[in-house]
Design a protein around this ligand. Structure first.
Ligand SMILES: NC(=O)c1ccc[n+]([C@@H]2O[C@H](COP(=O)([O-])OP(=O)(O)OC[C@H]3O[C@@H](n4cnc5c(N)ncnc54)[C@H](OP(=O)(O)O)[C@@H]3O)[C@@H](O)[C@H]2O)c1
Length: 351
């Protein structure tokens, strides 16, 4: 059903999952973009009720502590925009209450991304898709967001027929506890703890000084769900069912920022120079590419930054019209909180 409710110019915003890695970033991004909120509500589980979260303020909301409230279906009364990052189960449980309250849910989980009535939006790629939502807009998977942001200006030069991507995904992609596990485990490891005494909870194996080629669960064809998400979400966001995508997703001992090695095959010839010019002109993309001076994007040095970074641009000689490059983005910002707040900006009434 088409959405008819008008968005006020000063919306009430709920941050659902405010104490988590993405939730805390939502609060920073709302401030950084000075989102014109009239109120910001911080919601999380009963475990966090009463906890105080420092907030630098945005719109009509002054800087100061936000007191976390337990998220219940009633939490959304009077809310206009609900930014969700509390996991799929919570999004599914709260969807009806959010939409019944007249709020638009912008959801970071994978609960609704492939639903036909839910737009999957990256503002630099398919901003127009927000127009057909019926109460829920999905934020794509973090690895997909930074990839399609870079693919879009290239696709505008020539149709992309095939993409081969290998990801190097940061520990924080699995949440705040996973980020703490990388710190603590690294310390334990350096203190000489043997493998069987290390605390391994967030991942299937030790992440300190290791790489784990396993993100989300394995599927019947032995790919992982994270890899499947990159395949199907890319087609939906780019609006092209024919793009072939092969993905291998790997967890690496980096705190924040995913890296991606990407090989693209075009329908027609695209020179490296034309690709570079298109990427340099693209919104949300920064080209960092000067091999002679050892300049390329690196995850360890780009934490907390906006947009996606592209470097190591070169021809892929293994196919007829091929291009290879390296892509880095802070997946908690562009891959989650920033992208979602940019979607919220698209919902604001035009001045
Ligand atoms: N981390 C990333 O890079 C990233 C990127 C894109 C998308 N996402 C997605 O965003 C979501 C959150 O990820 P995260 O990394 O921020 O996880 P996280 O750090 O573990 O945070 C989870 C948040 O959800 C809340 N929560 C959990 N169970 C709840 C319940 N039953 N009722 C209410 N609140 C509940 C937690 O509250 P308490 O503190 O009270 O437990 C916390 O605020 C996931 O769907 C994830 O797939 C994450």
């Amino acid at each position: 059903m088409a959405w008819t409710k008008e968005m006020p110019a000063r919306p009430v915003v709920a941050v659902a999952g405010a104490t988590g890695a993405v939730g805390r970033e939502f609060l920073r991004v709302l401030h950084d973009l000075d989102f014109p909120a009239s109120e910001v509500r911080a919601l999380a589980s009963a475990r966090s009720a009463g906890k105080k979260l420092a907030f630098d303020g945005c719109g009509d909301v002054p800087a100061g502590d936000l007191v976390v409230q337990e998220m219940t279906p009633e939490s959304f009364e009077g809310v206009d925009i609900a930014l969700f990052s509390a996991g799929s189960d919570v999004s599914k449980a709260m969807r009806e209450a959010v939409v019944a309250a007249g709020a638009v849910m912008i959801d970071n989980s994978s609960a609704f991304r492939m639903d036909e009535d839910v737009p999957l939006v990256v503002p630099e790629v398919n901003p127009g898709d927000v127009s057909w939502h019926s109460g829920v807009i999905a934020n794509p998977n973090c690895s997909t967001i930074q990839m399609v942001a870079a693919l879009k200006p290239l696709y505008d030069l020539s149709r992309i027929t095939r993409v081969v991507v290998s990801t190097y995904q940061a520990a924080s992609g699995a949440g705040a506890p996973a980020m703490r596990e990388l710190y603590d485990q690294t310390r334990e490891f350096l203190d000489g703890a043997p493998d069987d005494e290390l605390t391994v909870k967030a991942f299937q194996h030790r992440i300190a000084f290791n790489c784990i080629p396993h993100i989300d669960k394995f599927l019947e064809d032995d790919s992982t769900k994270e890899e499947w998400k990159m395949v199907v979400e890319t087609k939906k966001i780019m609006g092209d069912e024919d793009i072939k995508v092969a993905a291998t997703c790997v967890r690496v001992p980096v705190l924040r920022c995913h890296g991606e090695s990407i090989n693209v095959e075009f329908a027609d010839e695209v020179t490296v120079e034309a690709a570079r010019a298109a990427l340099e002109a693209a919104p949300g993309i920064t080209v960092m590419d000067d091999p002679a001076s050892n300049v390329y994007p690196m995850p360890g040095l780009l934490a907390g930054t906006d947009g996606a970074y592209v470097g190591r641009l070169r021809r892929d000689p293994s196919v007829e019209h091929g291009l290879a490059f390296w892509n880095v983005a802070d997946q908690i910002r562009k891959g989650a909180a920033l992208n979602a707040v940019q979607i919220a900006q698209l919902l604001l009434p035009r001045a």
